[in-house]
Design a binder for this molecule. Structure first.
Ligand code: C2E
Ligand code: CA
Ligand code: CA
Ligand code: CA
Length: 277
């Protein structure tokens, strides 16, 4: 398109500059968002597929922008990483999630997503410790979710950080499992308690033979490695029935609930919707 000349070329240039301008404004806004208290944590329940009993919830960041409305994490987390704000934003999210979870029943865990930048920060375990202390949440009720791509950045440093967090009693989950490059090697080397099967696998199950085979193989592997399995993105009753048949420990997805704000999560914990068999 760049060499096409005429209107095509102009269109290309204009859309590029719109993107650049949009990005510049986003950066400026993002730098102010923390002090203006614009971030929120939403929660998505994680349940036992057989009984529907809530076991935990994943904390998912949201940005309530004053003029642009709710901005999803995929739009602002990567920018926050690039402009070195993810440490501060991540620490805020972690603390907010721990404070909220400390009000939940004592058998309910909270899972917080970690960026690779946080994982490479040597003081991160101290940040976690201070969030636990400030909230009174026991370390055993906190899970941290890490993707394979986050581990790839600096494996040695990530390894030390994860060992320290494990020693503190925090559980580590491998997120988006099956979408990265060297998943199996990571399972061997890092101290994971849980594997979260990426939602792309359940999307075509139980119809798609390959997806079924892959979920079965991951579930068998997890059980041999004494890890739990969470299936992400469960949207239908048929998919839930499949996870039960395959012996998956936990499901998360729109069938149970979309991510909801803290007040709605509290309500959900009082009276979960009767989606279980
Ligand atoms: P993720 O960790 O894989 O989170 C699951 C995403 O799948 C969430 O999107 C959730 O809303 C969505 N989802 C859940 N159930 C279903 C379903 O049944 N069907 C479909 N189609 N989607 C479902 P969300 O909240 O937009 O988050 C996107 C990603 O942003 C997350 O993916 C995570 O990688 C990242 N993220 C979110 N919060 C944080 C955070 O606090 N820190 C960091 N570093 N990353 C975060
Ligand atoms: Ca996650
Ligand atoms: Ca995931
Ligand atoms: Ca197929």
């Amino acid at each position: 398109a760049k060499h096409a000349g005429g209107s095509t070329y102009r269109f290309y240039e204009e859309s590029m500059s719109v993107t650049a301008e949009h990005r510049r404004l986003l950066e400026i806004d993002l730098r102010r968002a923390l002090s203006r208290d614009e971030f929120e944590v939403h929660y998505q329940p994680q349940v036992d597929p057989k009984t529907g009993k809530v076991q935990g919830a994943e904390a998912l960041a949201r940005w309530r922008h004053p003029t642009r409305g709710m901005i999803p994490p995929a739009e602002f987390i990567p920018v926050a990483e690039e402009i070195s704000l993810i440490g501060d934003i991540g620490a805020w999210i972690l603390r907010a999630a721990c404070v909220e979870a400390s009000t939940w029943p004592h058998d309910i865990t909270v899972a917080v997503n970690l960026s690779s930048v946080q994982l490479r920060d040597k003081s991160f375990p101290l940040t976690v410790l201070s969030a636990l202390e400030a909230s009174g949440l026991p370390a055993s009720r906190l899970e941290l979710e890490i993707t394979e791509s986050a581990l790839m950045q600096d494996e040695a440093l990530a390894f030390d950080t994860l060992q320290t967090l494990r020693a503190m009693g925090i559980r580590i989950s491998m997120d988006d499992f099956g979408t990265g490059y060297s998943s199996l090697n990571y399972l061997r080397r890092f101290p994971f308690s849980k594997i979260k099967i990426d939602q792309s696998f359940i999307r075509h199950a139980p119809q798609d033979y390959e997806c079924v085979a892959i979920i079965q193989a991951i579930t068998t592997l997890a059980s041999k490695l004494h890890m739990c399995v969470t299936v992400e993105g469960v949207e239908t009753d048929e998919q839930r029935a499949f996870t039960i048949a395959e012996g998956c420990d936990q499901i998360q997805g729109y069938l149970i609930s979309r991510p909801v704000d803290a007040a709605s999560m509290r309500q959900f914990l009082r009276e979960p919707s009767q989606k279980a068999a």
